[in-house]
Design a protein around this ligand. Structure first.
Ligand code: 3HC
Ligand code: NAI
Length: 696
């Protein structure tokens, strides 16, 4: 392996190049190399300045996250940065790409910072469940002010070069294309002007009112409910004001260590790697995707319009097909409305909007206009009959090699593919609502789908900035299949004695963005009702079928869109619908169930056990490739709290024995709903975890 840190002395300047691809992370060998370079600089008297830069595509993107959880090895990053800062000659950080986390901390330890205009900066540690642990919470407030630092550190957001310059994070922006040369010329200029080392730790931070910290704490208690890291970030920044530098650093270290040992850190780092691992699908390894520039979308309703916008925003040409002229015009309005929303939020200029509507988008009732599309995504009504009709037409019209995709939520993609003479070109591309916002895309691979069609699905997802998960064919694929099981567990808790409002509250307290009943109100109760009616003929007579949601639908209450569902919606507010309680009481009486009090923890345990149990089946059947694919699905499509890492990571955290014991306990009440998945039983018997399967 080549040397990750290279030191050369040129014109009395020590030039230190970091070469640790792909992102120049501060792995042990890099820390050793930097430490040795600064030791060498200290030994020599012919060095008048030093420059640190990153080779290839970026400066340092942070500590090496893969080393977290392993025994730390010297030199430790905070000590190394102190050593850089203590250097007797001016140290320049020449920045490009992303200077993140420990990377920015190295730059803050340098004495002067120069960057290219495209460089981005940030302390994203909080998104990994930790805090900047190498002086970032102490040096950033000194350079850019406490309020700026608090916001940047607790949000973890990336900051552009202009903003960084204005805030005092960097000293200069330069257009020099050669990063090494950019650093060298700045260093030469500093030597010529007699500039001295300028240590961030020497700056006295500007005092702020204690209210600033109280307000930050209160805001984060709401926005980052249940999370430890943002609160520790506030404490660490507070220390920058109240403590001398060295003590502030020690305080930061202690708060950092506390987070390093937390389950939340393990969960968030699992999420980080799982979202990268999920694209590693053996069947498409080395397979070239088909070219995509023109997309066809069929159906311009909720999903079709969102999918069209998602594609238009990344520069693709979109042809949208609707049933007749009136529906075409409605679809055009839907698309324009969503894009106008982006204009209002400042994400899209009016000129760009006009150009998209004029040049990239067309809507039509003529299927023939799809003849040149590279990928066609069907998003018509969720009816097999309608889908079959559409795919028969597509088979007749689309060019050879076009990818024919369905956005179906539950239906059998093999059956849809069989309507064509080219099942190898047919795939499921299951977007989530709203499709232009939600990051998840399930790529449903049918029996005959060709590997390059699957690869095209993944390439399209990347282009649309979505996280793609490979799924196999079954009712509901990964996410909706698991959802239908944990929803039944929620209904089971209600029949046993909880109210839907208690279930929602327990799960929001657990960390879900919304409770399941509030979510069904938002999605429209008619959607679940239609699915239940479709599946009714195949329902097992042993299933305890909860009817209270059907009662609401029969009364025409479909949730938010009708103003009433599990909740009543008026004046922008939401209150529990008392009618639901009556329906439930009637149903319990009819089923002979004596309601009992269900503690909040039991609600959570039931819900999670059902989710994990069905997820285990989904993995065992190969519907999801690995447990991590389930985690990525639930995290990005179903509002599962990221800081819990996904249901499989959560299961490993609480222990699979506990999950199995819960299932066996609940089975005493309903042994049809609660049948332990064979994979779960096997893992418990073998003393293994889901993580073992991820790493297999
Ligand atoms: N450590 C180890 N590996 C890392 C890494 C890191 N800090 N950052 C990225 N990688 C790996 C990824 O896992 C991926 O590996 P793979 O190819 O085997 O899947 C590879 O580098 C490329 O990463 P991406 O696919 O994410 O590449 P992008 O170009 O899309 O994004 C990036 C680049 C913006 C740098 C993004 O990778 C990123 O955000 N990385 C994490 C940055 C971060 O959180 N830094 C803070 C670390 S914690 C810290 O510094 C603690 C300190 O305060 C003590
Ligand atoms: P929708 O009812 O809002 O839109 C469907 C559109 O398809 C309507 O505008 C209709 O005019 C059009 N259409 C029907 N038949 C057509 C045909 N033969 N040719 C051209 N256009 C036709 O439905 P929605 O919610 O957009 O759902 C569409 C698909 O996406 C369904 O398969 C659904 O299961 C799936 N889906 C829905 C999600 C949601 O949250 N709404 C989430 C993910 C998938």
């Amino acid at each position: 392996m080549s040397d990750p840190v290279l030191l050369e002395i040129t014109d009395d300047i020590a030039v230190i190049a970091i070469a640790n691809p792909p992102v120049n992370a501060l792995s042990h060998s890099v820390r050793q190399g930097l430490d040795a370079a600064f030791a060498e600089i200290a030994r020599r008297d012919d060095v008048k300045a030093a420059v640190i830069y990153g080779t290839d595509r970026t400066f340092i993107a942070g500590a090496d996250i893969r080393e977290f959880g392993k025994p730390p090895q010297e030199p430790f990053l905070p000590d190394l940065i102190n050593r850089i800062e203590a250097c007797a000659v001016p140290v320049v950080a020449a920045l490009h790409g992303t200077a993140l986390g420990g990377g920015l901390e190295v730059a803050l330890g340098a004495h002067y910072r120069i960057a290219v205009p495209s460089a981005r900066f940030g302390l994203p540690e909080v998104t990994l469940g930790i805090l900047p642990g190498a002086g970032g919470t102490q040096r950033l407030p000194r350079l850019a002010g406490v309020e700026f630092a608090l916001e940047a550190i607790t949000s973890g957001r990336q900051i552009g070069a202009e903003e960084a310059l204005a805030a005092g994070v960097i000293d200069r922006i330069s257009d020099t294309a050669d990063i090494r040369e950019m650093g060298l010329s700045y260093a030469r200029e500093l030597i010529a002007s007699g500039a001295q080392p300028r240590r961030t730790s020497d700056i006295a931070p500007e005092p702020v009112s204690p209210d600033v910290f109280e307000q930050a704490r209160a805001k984060l208690a709401k926005k980052a409910r249940g999370q430890l890291a943002p609160q520790n970030c506030v404490k660490a920044v507070e220390g920058a004001l109240s403590l001398p530098f060295a003590e502030g650093l020690a305080n930061e270290r202690a708060l950092f260590q506390e987070l390093m040992e937390s389950d939340q850190r393990a969960a968030l780092i699992h999420a980080f790697f799982a979202e990268r691992q999920v694209a590693k699908v053996p069947e498409i390894n080395g397979v070239e995707p088909r070219a995509i520039s023109r997309i066809g979308v069929i159906g311009g309703g909720t999903m079709g319009a969102g999918i069209a916008v998602s594609a238009l925003l990344t520069g693709l040409q979109v042809t949208l097909i609707e049933r007749d002229a009136e529906a075409v015009s409605r679809a055009e309005t839907n698309v324009a409305k969503i894009l106008q929303g982006s204009v209002k939020r400042g994400k899209l200029t009016q000129e760009k909007f006009d150009a998209i509507m004029r040049e990239a988008f067309e809507a039509s009732a003529e299927y023939a206009t799809l003849a040149t599309a590279d990928v066609v995504i069907e998003a018509v009504f969720e009816s097999m009959e309608v889908k079959k009709e559409v795919f028969t037409k597509l088979d007749a019209i689309c060019k050879p090699g076009a990818v024919l995709a369905s956005n179906t939520s539950y239906l059998d993609v093999n059956e849809i593919a069989a309507m064509t003479t080219r099942p190898q070109d047919v795939i499921g591309l299951h977007f989530f609502s709203p499709a232009h916002v939600m990051r998840l895309l399930e790529i449903v691979v049918a029996d005959e789908t060709a590997p390059d069609v699957t690869a095209t699905g993944f390439a399209l997802a990347k282009r649309l900035k979505k996280v793609a998960v490979r799924a196999g064919v079954c009712d509901g694929f990964i996410g909706n299949r698991i959802l239908s099981h944990y929803r039944k567990a929620g209904d089971g808790a209600v029949l046993a004695g909880a109210s839907p409002f208690e279930v929602d509250r327990a799960l929001v307290n657990f960390g879900l963005a919304m409770g399941p009943y509030a979510v069904s109100d938002l999605a429209g109760l008619d959607i679940g009702w239609a699915t239940r009616k479709r599946l009714a003929p195949t329902r097992d007579p042993r299933e305890v079928y909860a009817e209270f949601a059907d009662r609401l639908c029969e009364a025409g209450h479909f949730g938010r869109k009708t103003g009433k569902g599990f909740y009543v919606y008026d004046d922008g507010g939401q209150t529990p619908n008392a009618e639901v309680i009556d329906h439930i009481a009637e149903e319990r009486a009819a089923k002979g169930i004596a309601a009992r009090e269900i503690p909040e923890q039991e609600i959570v345990d039931r819900y999670m056990a059902a989710m994990i149990n069905e997820a285990a089946r989904v993995v065992e059947e190969g519907i999801a490739l690995r447990p991590l694919d389930v985690d990525v699905t639930l995290l990005n499509g179903y509002g599962f709290p990221r800081w819990r890492g996904g249901p499989m990571q959560y299961a490993d955290t609480v222990g699979l024995e506990k999950v199995l014991a819960d299932i066996e306990r609940f089975a005493q009440e309903d042994d049809f709903l609660w049948q332990p998945a064979p994979l779960l039983k096997r893992l418990v018997a073998e003393g293994k975890t889901f993580a073992d399967l991820n790493n297999a």
